[in-house]
Design a protein around this ligand. Structure first.
Ligand code: GLN
Length: 519
């Protein structure tokens, strides 16, 4: 790939996309922090059902970006999809607000409103997430070497928003007077999330024309106009995507076959695990196949798309281990950890904030590191960076696995070990996640840029599903598990972590191989 010498600094458009994504993640993570508690305390779901709904919701939220990416590339353009997705998500939060306002008069209606809200947020996230990310890449000329650094800064916006949301929404919504929970308060947390989303959407709407532009001043992410695009883009980027009816039909059959195949193989009676997860796998695989059937793809493009698929496949292992932060790792923090740190007794769910805090602390140093290595011509390639990411995550798990092992079933690990584990996870995340977004931006043909960003997010969707599926395939057995589960300790979660750590070692080896072929 031809490289352009980096210009100084970053374009102003990056600040607009940073801010917009920050408010959107405030909305998403703020709501996510309250969801399980709301389901249990207001809508009377069991802990187990709430956890399953939470997992299914997150899995689906990362599946729809493929759809949002497709609609954007083909019909609406990034900007329209962002405004649409932001508005839809704000509406979803309002539905949750309504649900939280009326659970006491009718749990039935409040529960229906909650389902509607989750559905709406899943769709909204699908429109928003791939489009904001693919716009970051479009701010830079082709081959610009600042891209990894740009996405690392953008990633900081994600985490500033996540941390604000996960702090402010629980302060407003998860209220206790003494030991008694004020269930009426949940709705204020959801309202704050909705207000943040609206604010982000309005800011984007107002600032996009002025700042979200290419270096030559042409707007980025407008509705694709294939008649004029041809004149300004390189010819290999100019064609409109073309899926034949035959290919679409074939892919629909593939999807149905995969869906039922995986559904019938699924041994878990839980409806989300046996219906939603197979749907995520089937849709992910078959939509990815659909792109390759496109008639306009050249050989070089096909190779690049295959690299994106390979990378998206390996990140499944990363996210399935990483995203246990909200489940098994929080259970460990709750039941098996001495939470006292320098005299402060940390609330267990607070421990996972270490992730956002570390991203915020390390994003700029990482971004500067990539730029300085680049100046010395020593910057590692994208897939090598991602291999480091997988390795760091595995180290984080090994640290905590050793600690948990050494204390037996009744002891407690010091919270500092969990924090050290999150430090390794975060350093790994910074090597893998923003770099992955940047890699997709570099390799994707323009007419598929948002759709392929959606493929990248499928790695998350499948990661959530895989974490759940592993638990179903390997039911906890033996005395140790029984004793632990009596105390409410999730040893299975730690085991899943070890399995994914091993899978990552394999992933690293393979990725090193591709690293030698592609930058
Ligand atoms: N925290 C990042 C985000 O919200 C990555 C999450 C993920 O991809 N699982 O975009």
């Amino acid at each position: 790939m031809n490289q352009t010498a980096p210009s100084k600094g970053h374009p102003k458009g990056l600040a607009v996309l940073f801010t917009t994504e920050m408010w959107e993640r405030f909305n998403f993570y703020g709501m996510r922090a309250l969801l399980s508690l709301f389901l249990v305390n207001a809508l009377a779901f069991s802990d187990k059902d709430a956890a399953i709904i939470y997992g299914g919701f997150l899995g689906l939220s990362y599946l729809t970006p493929m759809l949002g990416g497709f609609i954007s590339d083909r019909f609406l353009g990034n900007r329209n999809c962002i405004v649409l997705g932001g508005t839809i998500m704000a509406l979803g939060q309002l539905l949750l607000f309504a649900s939280g306002s009326m659970y006491s008069s009718s749990v039935g209606t409040a529960t229906s409103l909650m389902w509607a809200a989750l559905f709406v947020i899943i769709i909204g996230n699908g429109f928003f997430k791939p489009n904001i990310s693919s716009m970051v890449g479009q701010l830079y000329p082709k081959g610009d070497t600042r891209l990894d650094s740009a996405f690392t800064i953008f990633y900081m916006g994600i985490n500033v928003g996540a941390m604000l949301g996960m702090t402010i929404c629980p302060v407003l919504g998860d209220v206790k007077v003494g030991e008694v929970r004020v269930v009426e308060a949940f709705k204020w947390g959801f309202l704050a999330a909705g207000a943040a989303m609206l604010l982000g959407t309005i800011l984007f709407f107002m600032l996009k024309n002025k700042y979200v532009v290419k270096p030559d001043g042409t707007p980025v992410g407008i509705k694709p106009d294939f008649t004029t695009v041809k004149a300004v883009e390189e010819s290999d980027e100019a064609e409109k995507a073309h899926f034949s009816q035959k290919a679409i039909l074939g892919v629909v059959f593939l999807m149905i076959a995969l869906f039922f195949g995986i559904h019938f193989l699924s041994i878990d009676p839980n409806p989300i695990k046996s219906w939603v997860y197979p749907f995520i796998y089937a849709a992910g695989i078959s939509l990815a196949v659909l792109i390759l059937t496109d008639k306009s793809i050249t050989k070089v493009e096909r190779d690049r798309i295959l690299v994106i698929y390979t990378v998206a496949f390996f990140v499944i292992f990363f996210w399935s281990a990483f995203e246990q932060a909200g489940s098994s790792l929080t259970f460990i923090a709750d039941k098996q950890t001495d939470l006292n740190l320098l005299g402060w007794n940390m609330p267990p769910s607070f421990v996972q904030n270490a992730n956002s805090i570390f991203v915020i602390a390390f994003a700029l140093p990482f971004s500067a590191l990539w730029l300085s290595l680049q100046k010395k011509n020593r910057e590692p390639g994208s897939t090598t960076k991602q291999s480091y990411g997988l390795m760091l995550l595995a180290i984080g798990y090994l640290i905590i696995a050793f600690q948990v092992k050494s204390i037996g079933n009744s002891g407690k690990v010091g919270v500092i070990w969990l924090i050290i584990m999150y430090l390794f996870h975060t350093l790994g995340e910074l090597c893998l996640s923003p770099i992955g977004l940047s890699l997709v931006a570099k390799l994707a043909p323009k007419r598929f840029s948002s759709l392929l960003m959606g493929v990248w997010f499928i790695g998350n969707a499948a990661g959530y599903a895989l974490a759940g599926t592993l638990g179903a395939i390997l039911p906890p057995t033996g005395d140790k598990f029984e004793a632990a589960s009596k105390q409410g300790i999730d040893l299975q979660g730690v085991l899943d972590g070890k399995i994914t750590a091993t899978a990552q070692q394999l992933a690293i080896l393979t990725k090193e191989k591709i690293a030698t072929t592609y930058p």
